[in-house]
Design a protein around this ligand. Structure first.
Ligand code: PGA
Length: 256
């Protein structure tokens, strides 16, 4: 089974309301003009944008909108938080879970992330589950174990029926927003490892059907060589997703 190619943007905490609308309008127009393949495009925007972007989205067959976080509960006294059903109610289809910035700045543990993954499924959102090792863990060689534990503790409780809907993003923490990119060989090594771990837990067939994205200083210059790797199925793009031209040039790597 051939797996989906996906390019997802992560706007993080950038862009005021109007700036978000402008960027999204540019992206939809460029997709109409330039998208020539089966690749799926996703924009993970701040919550305040989701409803408006969903209304503006007139290329829904190519482009989906997602959130960058959700609370694990369905509703209740959690001041300042947003639930999966609220994301769904404004047209969100995807949600980032486990981004390293959430793990480090907001102390989200593997256990909390497992609950967030379950919340995403309760509300029919597709999780883009992020894993990645720090610079120290890369240097001391423990990164395979770290990545495996992140999967085991937050997503491997899922049934195979649910797991087949998960998108995995490998984002080495040392490469996020730093301008340092994993080399295509380094990224491929990890992606192949992730697929192997999934095959051992579920099945080779399921592992072969899962899209595994690379993230961390991905840009129009390095996307082609990264996406050419056998186990890399696209990218999760931070900084470069804030410029429509750069984002589209990355999307177009998959044009047929
Ligand atoms: P970056 O961010 O492309 O700016 O490194 C990627 C991410 O954090 O998702």
């Amino acid at each position: 089974m051939s797996r989906k190619k996906i390019v997802a943007g992560n706007w993080k905490m950038n862009l005021d309301y109007q700036a978000g609308i402008s960027l999204f309008s540019e992206i939809t127009q460029m997709l109409k003009d330039e998208h020539r393949g089966n690749q799926e495009v996703i924009v993970c925007a701040p919550f305040i944008h989701l409803g408006a972007l969903n209304k503006l989205n007139d290329v829904k067959e190519k482009l989906g909108v997602g959130a960058q976080n959700l609370h694990q509960a369905d509703s209740g006294a959690y001041t300042g938080e947003i639930s999966g059903s609220q994301i769904k109610s404004v047209g969100g289809k995807y949600v980032l879970i486990g981004h390293s910035e959430r793990r480090s700045y907001f102390k989200e543990t593997n256990e909390i992330l497992a609950e967030k993954v379950d919340a995403a499924f309760r509300h029919h959102l597709t999780p883009i589950f992020c894993i990645g090792e720090t610079k120290e863990q890369r240097e001391d060689g423990s990164y395979f174990e770290v990545l495996k534990a992140q999967l085991e503790q937050s997503v491997f409780h899922l049934s195979s029926k649910d797991f087949e809907r998960v998108i995995i993003a490998y984002e080495p923490v040392w490469a996020i927003g730093t301008g340092l990119t994993a080399s295509p060989e380094q990224a491929q090594e990890v992606h192949a490892y992730i697929r192997k771990v999934i095959a051992e837990k579920y099945s080779q067939e399921l592992a072969d059907s899962i899209s595994i994205l690379y993230g961390g200083s991905c840009n129009p210059k390095n996307a082609e060589s990264l996406f050419a790797q056998a186990d890399i199925d696209g990218g999760l793009i931070g900084g470069a997703s804030l410029k429509s031209r750069d984002f589209l040039d990355i999307v177009k790597v998959y044009n047929s």
